[in-house]
Write a protein that binds this ligand. Structure first.
Ligand SMILES: CC(C)(COP(=O)(O)OP(=O)(O)OC[C@H]1O[C@@H](n2cnc3c(N)ncnc32)[C@H](O)[C@@H]1OP(=O)(O)O)[C@@H](O)C(=O)NCCC(=O)NCCS
Length: 157
C-alpha cells in the first residue's frame, strides 16, 4: 500500500486544490471548493492529503469546534469537509488518511486531546472510513445540518 502524507495547505498547493471536486451527488456533504476556501481563517485550517506531489484530498481542522457546537467538549478540535477528489476515490486514500490523522494531529495540535466530526446519516461510506480510522460513534445525532441528520463521532488523541 502506498504511503500518503498529510500537510497544512500552503499557497503552493492552491493550483491543485482549486481543481479538487467531489461527484455532484456528494456536494451536499462537503460543499464546493470555492465555498470551503472562502471560509478559511486563523481558526479554520486547510489541509491537503498527498500521494507524492499530487494532492488527492482535502480537509479542514476547526480549532473552535468545541465552542461552536454544544455536543463537543469546549477544548476539542473538529474535522470538517474531509473529502477525496472524485478521480481518486475508491483507491484507499480516505482510509489511509483517517488512519494517519491521529499521529498528524498529535504533532501539529499538541494542545488538543480529542477531535469530533459529524457525518450525514445518508453517507455510510464516510462513516465506515471514520470508524476504520479510530473514530467512535457517540450514538448522538446532530440535527442542525442543511442536508439532514448527522452522526456525531469522536476520537481521543
Ligand atoms: C467518503 C470518501 C471520503 C471515501 O474516500 P475513498 O478514498 O474513496 O475511500 P477508500 O477508498 O479509502 O475506502 C475506505 C472504505 O470505505 C468504503 N467505501 C468507499 N466508498 C464507498 C462507497 N461509495 N460505498 C460504500 N463503501 C465505500 C471502501 O470499501 C473502504 O472500506 P473497506 O476498507 O472495508 O473495503 C469519499 O467518497 C468522498 O470524498 N466523498 C465525498 C465527500 C464526503 O462525503 N466526505 C465526508 C464528509 S463527513
Amino acid at each position: 500500500m502506498k504511503e500518503i502524507d498529510i500537510q497544512g495547505m500552503t499557497p503552493a498547493h492552491l493550483p491543485q486544490v482549486a481543481e479538487l471536486s467531489v461527484a455532484t451527488e456528494q456536494v451536499k456533504f462537503v460543499g464546493t471548493m470555492e465555498e470551503l476556501l472562502v471560509n478559511i481563517d486563523d481558526k479554520l485550517h486547510p489541509h491537503v492529503i498527498l500521494d507524492g506531489n499530487t494532492v488527492v484530498g482535502f480537509f479542514l481542522i476547526d480549532t473552535q469546534y468545541g465552542h461552536r457546537y454544544d455536543f463537543a467538549h469546549p477544548e476539542a478540535l473538529g474535522l470538517r469537509a474531509f473529502f477525496i477528489d472524485h478521480h481518486h476515490q475508491g483507491k484507499g486514500y480516505a482510509k489511509r488518511a483517517v488512519l494517519a490523522l491521529k499521529a498528524f494531529l498529535l504533532s501539529a495540535y499538541p494542545g488538543f486531546d480529542q477531535i469530533y466530526l459529524t457525518v450525514n446519516c445518508k453517507n455510510p461510506a464516510a462513516r465506515h472510513c471514520y470508524q476504520q480510522g479510530g473514530f467512535i460513534d457517540t450514538h448522538e445525532l446532530y440535527l442542525g445540518g442543511a442536508a439532514g441528520p448527522q452522526h456525531i463521532m469522536r476520537m481521543v488523541l
